[in-house]
Design a binder for this molecule. Structure first.
Ligand SMILES: Nc1nc2c(c(=O)[nH]1)N[C@H]1C(S)=C(S)[C@@H](COP(=O)(O)O)O[C@H]1N2
Ligand SMILES: [Mo]
Length: 322
């Protein structure tokens, strides 16, 4: 099932895109009827071309799956936080289209035996691509369920031969004023940086992410490569990464610098620790019936991944290390 992941725009036919999409709808349990009329598929092909949508083959990994209803593709790709492209949820889908995602390199550096500047098309081939359905919850109180494509970051960490003194990893994302109108705003320290403890980074759930919904990542979702760390608030999952750095000291992250009392380094989803300005006990599923007035659902400790990750924090006071 794992076809070579690099697919040039010129090689992919609209029909292949269409089939991939249809397969997804079928897997999600939705009717494919809506797409079966020629008018609808024509409109869809036009949209696909306009946004350079490219299929990305990946093998579904049933170990990382939730049967919850998937958030519709339209919501996943039009309700975004990506401050480099504006502060409004509707900004990234418009402004991120100018982001150039090729050529693209990711520097892997710091306390490692094998530092390397990876070309993105090499990095994507480091390990077999998997499709995993993860919840992602924003600290703002909304969440989505998304079929992501990528592989465990641990593959890259192993290939890089991280040294014993490394305790943390820092993710640095692109900061280019030419392409990113949001950098004019001082809301955050640019480049957007995030970090994990090394054991969190090695956890199999931690996904180096290249795609979603059977396609390469849309630009507004962090193309060409981002993190997805499903038990932490969404802001830990940095988009459009250009460097991954292994360090001994805990890195300072953009959100911590911006508001240290509101956003901690750990940022584990925790219904019991309120944000200073609002509760974290509930969340709203984006794209569900009822829209803004949909009934809220209970937020689970570690976003529902407690069984897998709670042991990483044994003995820690998670009210203090929020
Ligand atoms: N570089 C960068 N990465 C980022 C952000 C950002 O503003 N810039 N926002 C974060 C936040 S707050 C969330 S909730 C998720 C949103 O990812 P999505 O738009 O793909 O759902 O991206 C995270 N990664
Ligand atoms: Mo977020």
């Amino acid at each position: 099932m794992n076809k070579p992941p690099k697919i040039l725009a010129s090689e992919i036919t609209p029909q292949a895109l269409y089939e991939g999409r249809r397969q997804w709808l079928a897997q999600a349990g939705w009717s494919t009827l809506a797409l079966s009329t020629s008018i609808t598929s024509l409109a869809w092909h036009r949209e696909a071309r306009a946004n350079e949508r490219l299929a990305l083959a990946a093998k579904p990994n049933p170990q990382f799956f939730t049967a919850e209803k998937l958030t519709p593709y339209k919501d996943v790709t039009s309700y975004n936080n990506f401050y480099e492209f504006g502060l409004d949820k509707a900004d990234p889908v418009v402004h991120a289209q100018r982001l150039k995602t090729r050529p693209w390199t990711v520097r892997v550096e710091g306390l490692v035996n094998k530092p390397r500047t990876w070309d993105i098309d090499e990095l994507i081939k480091l390990a077999p691509l998997e499709e995993r359905v993860y919840r992602l919850r924003c600290v703002e109180g909304w969440s989505m369920v998304i079929p992501w494509i990528g592989y465990s970051l641990s593959h890259l960490i192993k290939a890089t031969q991280v040294q014993g003194s490394a305790k943390f990893v820092e993710f640095v994302t692109l900061a280019d004023r030419e392409q990113m109108p949001g950098l004019k705003s001082r809301v955050l320290q640019w480049p957007y940086t995030e970090g994990l403890r090394l054991d969190e980074a090695l956890h199999p759930l931690t996904l180096l992410t290249f795609g979603l919904y059977g396609e390469v990542l849309p630009k507004q979702n962090g193309a060409p490569v981002r993190m997805t760390i499903p038990w932490k608030y969404g802001f830990k999952s940095g988009k459009s990464i250009v460097a991954i750095r292994f360090t001994e000291q805990q890195p300072r992250t953009s959100w911590q610098v911006a508001a240290p009392h509101e956003y901690g380094f750990y940022a584990n989803v925790n219904p019991e620790v309120s944000h200073p300005r609002w509760s974290q006990a509930q969340e709203r599923r984006i794209g569900g019936e009822g829209g803004l007035f949909a009934p809220r659902i209970k937020t689970l400790p570690f976003n529902g991944y407690a069984e897998q990750v709670a042991s990483l924090y044994a003995g820690m006071d998670l009210k203090r290390f929020y």
